[in-house]
Design a protein around this ligand. Structure first.
Ligand SMILES: C[S@@+](CC[C@H](N)C(=O)[O-])C[C@H]1O[C@@H](n2cnc3c(N)ncnc32)[C@H](O)[C@@H]1O
Length: 153
């Protein structure tokens, strides 16, 4: 995997945002879920705390928690400024302002960071890059795959 941290702009969604974005039902959450491109979202951490089964793959998981945390700190102000500039392109419905969005995303990324090292050791965060999954054929069975739009190179 040829992936450098300067290509990464971490901006992780919260568990509630995932539920809304993927319209996840109780039945969905009872399945073993593969999350592709989960990045610094808190979905894996929070679903695991609730007793769910989820594995996330993302190329940023080759880095350690301090590297990802530093990259969040480096890019946060830029992301906020860009979002403020382009705020008319978003629907401010469930989240009503850029400031609220910033608070929700930082809280989600904190939850992710607190969970990441232990979750990586437990095999819940796996470094990988679509279109190839980092699992042997038939090694793990998933009941649901969710993915963020990803550009493949
Ligand atoms: C915009 S972020 C979304 C993160 C998370 N899904 C969320 O909604 O908070 C996109 C993520 O896709 C990851 N990504 C980019 N190319 C990928 C690929 N080929 N396979 C898997 N993940 C990829 C990036 O590292 C990044 O974490």
């Amino acid at each position: 995997m040829n992936f450098t941290l300067d290509r990464v702009v971490p901006w992780g969604r919260s568990y509630d945002e995932y539920l809304r974005m993927f319209t996840l039902t109780e039945d969905d959450l009872d399945r073993r879920i593969l999350g592709c491109g989960d990045g610094s979202a808190s979905f894996n951490a929070e679903l695991s705390q609730r007793g769910g089964q989820v594995v996330s793959i993302d190329p940023i998981y080759i880095f350690d928690v301090n590297q990802i945390q530093d990259r969040i700190a480096e890019t946060y102000e830029t992301v906020m400024a860009q979002t403020q500039k382009n705020r008319h392109e978003f629907v401010w419905d469930a989240i009503t302002s850029v400031e609220e969005l910033g608070r929700i995303r930082m809280a989600a990324m904190d939850i992710f960071l607190q969970d990441f090292t232990a979750g990586k050791h437990a095999g819940r965060y796996v470094a990988g890059e679509l279109p190839t999954l980092p699992f042997a054929t038939g090694a793990i069975r998933f009941g649901l795959v969710i993915t963020f739009p990803i550009s493949l190179q």
